[in-house]
Design a protein around this ligand. Structure first.
Ligand SMILES: *Cc1c(COP(=O)(O)O)cnc(C)c1O
Length: 224
């Protein structure tokens, strides 16, 4: 299967869910190209794909600096260290992993310095897992207010990664409910294994890697 075939299959599947469940709008398909080559990314671009996701700043720079043009929207979906905020603001259009005040401060600093505005999703730890990044649901209203009022960040939505060994649906439902309550229009949820469920629960953005690009090769990456 080529990247083009895979994108066509997924697009068809998404369209079918939209019509079967009579959903009002079509979610954005983010092609997650992490741990895949520049050539694979170019294949997807050639097939008409415009939105891409990467989880590491350095890898994204190597891949995207010379092939990214204005038509491409690049999302950072992995954890961001504060000391990489400068590079992240330079390269990305959207950061989905905003999860702490220290990072919000750095991002505001860089937006001012670079005269650039990005869009942000706050990552929510819906499973309240101790080791996982993300804001706890109970802390979310206050964190959102800080980001908007103190740090003037354009928060457009919420993102979650459900716990590995649980049904994702309740987490998707919770994320959608939180977004609605806080007047945020976008929810980024669902990956290769569960994007169908996420779309039924109202995802506006799904993040699909493996089903588009195939299995990831970690042998040269020093791990995830
Ligand atoms: C890798 C990754 C994805 C894509 O996962 P697949 O299972 O390959 O579709 C989605 N979201 C995040 C945050 C990721 O790190």
């Amino acid at each position: 299967m080529t990247v083009k075939n895979n994108i066509e299959i997924i697009t068809k599947e998404i369209n079918k869910i939209i019509s079967d469940y009579k959903l009002a709008s079509k979610p954005n398909l983010i092609a997650v190209s992490k741990n895949h080559s520049k050539e694979k990314a170019l294949e997807a671009i050639k097939a008409g794909q415009k939105i891409f996701g990467e989880n590491r700043v350095q890898e994204a720079q190597k891949k995207w600096l010379d092939i990214k043009d204005k038509s491409i929207e690049l999302h950072l979906i992995g954890a961001l260290q504060s000391n990489k905020a400068e590079e992240a603001v330079e390269l990305f259009d959207v950061i989905q992993s905003l999860d702490r005040e220290k990072l919000a401060i750095k991002l505001q600093e860089q937006e001012k310095k670079q005269s650039k505005k990005l869009k942000y999703f706050i990552q929510v730890n819906t499973g309240e897992e101790i080791q996982k990044s993300g804001i706890l649901p109970s802390d979310l209203p206050e964190f959102l207010r800080l980001c908007q009022e103190n740090y003037e960040l354009d928060i457009v939505g919420l993102m979650c990664i459900p716990p590995k060994d649980e049904e994702p649906a309740p987490h998707f439902t919770l994320l959608k409910k939180l977004a609605k309550r806080l007047n945020l229009n976008n929810v980024s949820m669902g990956m290769s294994s569960d994007y169908n469920t996420a779309i039924m629960m109202g995802a506006t953005h799904v993040r699909v890697g493996t089903s588009i690009f195939g299995n990831r090769d970690y042998t040269n990456s020093g791990g995830r």
